[in-house]
Design a protein around this ligand. Structure first.
Ligand SMILES: [Zn+2]
Length: 59
């Protein structure tokens, strides 16, 4: 598992790639309560891709 690298998202608005640390992924993005994340560049809401939700089962 690439636990030091984190996971990469591309903002659906500005296209800037963003590195998400694994702990953020585990504690935030994989939560069933969380449906969106905010781009650190343009602060727009992004929906969380379905494959990210599935990562929860692998962590
Ligand atoms: Zn953005």
């Amino acid at each position: 598992m690439q636990d030091k690298v984190g996971y990469l998202f591309f903002c659906q608005h500005c296209g800037i790639p963003q590195r998400i640390p694994e702990y953020v992924l585990k504690t935030y993005l994989c939560s069933d309560q969380v449906k969106r994340y905010y781009c650190s560049n343009c602060s727009s809401e992004n929906s969380i891709p379905e494959y990210v939700k599935k990562l929860k089962n692998e962590l």
